[in-house]
Design a protein around this ligand. Structure first.
Ligand code: NAP
Length: 250
């Protein structure tokens, strides 16, 4: 959805949590949401990276963000309950939740895949977003216009050799988004949608395609229109949909 143009201050008065906000697409989304007026909660595992994004937002003169360090590979139910309590205490409500953090795992045939790596990928990419969503639903319910975004991949809709747990985790992510969007459709104002970013110039892309010229791919900043659309009021009532961030709207 490259052709959406966000009005200035589209996200004014919205509190938006972004996972994996220290790098890549999450970093770009955090800066962009802050530029559009949101209060952004930067969640991730590497504090220095989160601090650098925090400083960039402050330097640009946008609203003060918050940093929430959390390692999704080890976080427990108690950690997510505490997250919900802290957010409620600090902000009172939550209007946007962007499940962006993921890991790639191994690129190897299933016959060779290490089960420990498999479990780690499923933990970070699927179980952590499930636990976080469950803990934050009551807070999202307090918003008049809450939006949850799950991040998939082209290999989350069509399996591909050697993509192992990553591909399977993205199928699971899409399933989770579909289940949750049906459950909330008639009972809640929360909307739940999926973004497939498409090939984007980040560390993960370089890890997956080491021989590729990074200049061939769009930068994270270029794919922000879909995030803007889904986090702002123009998508109110849109739920259970899958968006390719690098396509035009239909
Ligand atoms: P990236 O540059 O590798 O960034 C991933 C982010 O997730 C980083 O900030 C990373 O933190 C964080 N993260 C990883 N493990 C974590 C953990 N255990 N706890 C907390 N945070 C953790 O990846 P990206 O390319 O921006 O990808 C963002 C999303 O888009 C992912 O869901 C990915 O699957 C999806 N996607 C990307 C592409 C692409 O071409 N780039 C294509 C399709 C889908 P650290 O920096 O501290 O490690």
């Amino acid at each position: 959805m490259l052709d959406y143009t966000a009005p200035e201050q589209l996200l004014k008065n919205r509190v938006i949590l972004i996972t994996g906000a220290g790098d890549g697409i999450g970093r770009a989304a955090a800066l962009d949401c802050a530029r559009l007026g949101a209060t952004v909660i930067l969640l991730g595992r590497t504090i220095e990276k989160l601090e650098a994004v925090y400083d960039d937002i402050e330097r640009a003169g946008h609203g003060q963000p918050a940093i929430y360090p959390l390692d999704l590979s080890t976080a427990t139910d108690e950690n997510y309950i505490e997250l919900a309590q802290v957010l409620e205490g600090e902000f009172g409500s939550l209007d946007g939740l962007v499940h962006n953090a993921s890991i790639l795992g191994q690129r190897t045939p299933i016959s060779n895949y290490e089960s420990r790596t498999w479990q780690l990928v499923m933990q970070v990419n699927v179980t952590a977003p499930f636990m976080m969503t469950q803990a934050l639903l009551p807070l999202l319910e307090t918003s008049n216009d809450a939006s949850i975004i799950f991040t998939s991949s082209s290999v989350g809709a069509q399996g591909k050799a050697y993509w192992g747990a990553y591909s399977v985790s993205k199928f699971a992510t899409e399933g989770m988004a579909q289940v949750l969007s049906e459950e909330t459709e008639n009972t809640s104002k929360i909307r739940v949608n999926i973004i497939n970013p498409g090939a984007t110039r980040t560390n993960m892309r370089a890890q997956a395609y080491p021989g590729e010229d990074p200049g061939l791919n769009l930068a994270p900043e270029d794919i922000m229109p879909t995030y803007q659309y889904l986090l702002g009021p123009d998508s109110t009532g849109v739920t259970g949909q899958r968006f390719n961030a690098q396509e035009m709207s239909k």
